[in-house]
Design a binder for this molecule. Sequence first.
Ligand SMILES: Nc1ncnc2c1ncn2[C@@H]1O[C@H](COP(=O)(O)OP(=O)(O)OP(=O)(O)O)[C@@H](O)[C@H]1O
Ligand SMILES: [Mg+2]
Length: 248
Amino acid sequence: MTTPILEVSGLAVRYGKIEALHKASIKVGAGQIVSVIGPNGAGKSTLLNAIMGALPVTGHASGRIAYLGDEVGGLPIERRVARGMCLVPEKRELFASMTVEDNLVLGAYRRKRAGERNFLDQLDHVFALFPRLKERRAQAAGTLSGGERQMLAVGRALMGKPDLLMLDEPSLGLAPLIVKEIFHIISALRQTGVATLLIEQNARAALQISDYGYVLETGDLALEGPASELAQNPRVIETYLGLAKRPV
Ligand SMILES: Nc1ncnc2c1ncn2[C@@H]1O[C@H](COP(=O)(O)OP(=O)(O)OP(=O)(O)O)[C@@H](O)[C@H]1O
Ligand SMILES: [Mg+2]
């Protein structure tokens, strides 16, 4: 593999005296979709927030976070964003009273401020990926359905043209059909060259579209492997996939 987009090694996170993540090491290669699956409280959001530099003030991270070969662990979140890292957090943080389109435009704010003249060049691409957002471009974000809000959060992230997209449980609270739609879109993003680090409790949907996967359990990476192999692992099947043959 050429230089990975992201290479995390020995990343540990404490909240006060409690260590929520123990020496985790993960890698995301160019154009890959990598997923981290695991139950509630395993430390999944902690891992993503630490990679992004978005831990709460009580959180403290140690270890190495290399982005395109450079250590970024000491950089503030804005500098990581400027380098092309982007996180769609668990709480989607949309601007409820603003329209769908204005939320998307805000996603390109950093590029506008950096003086990029065509900072809105991703708008058509986002509308092509999410036709529902185009239909609802003038609607207030706060009136969208859960699935549409999730689409808007991902769309807004894409407006910033990230190289590494990190998604914290995009399927959370969504009906199976919408989950399928969103995962299909994430999978399609591969063609645009963006690498995706996906955190999910919906192991089946995540492993189906991923190249590689990790299983995080109470702060430890318990298992890892190519996604197709993980999906065949008896322990993964029993604990995370339930009825093995049921389609999504
Ligand atoms: N700000 C915080 N202060 C103290 N403890 C925290 C804080 N945030 C998270 N934790 C603890 O760290 C552990 C991991 O939490 P985290 O949110 O990373 O889990 P998760 O895998 O994302 O869970 P979920 O699937 O429910 O979102 C939990 O035990 C949680 O209580
Ligand atoms: Mg979480």
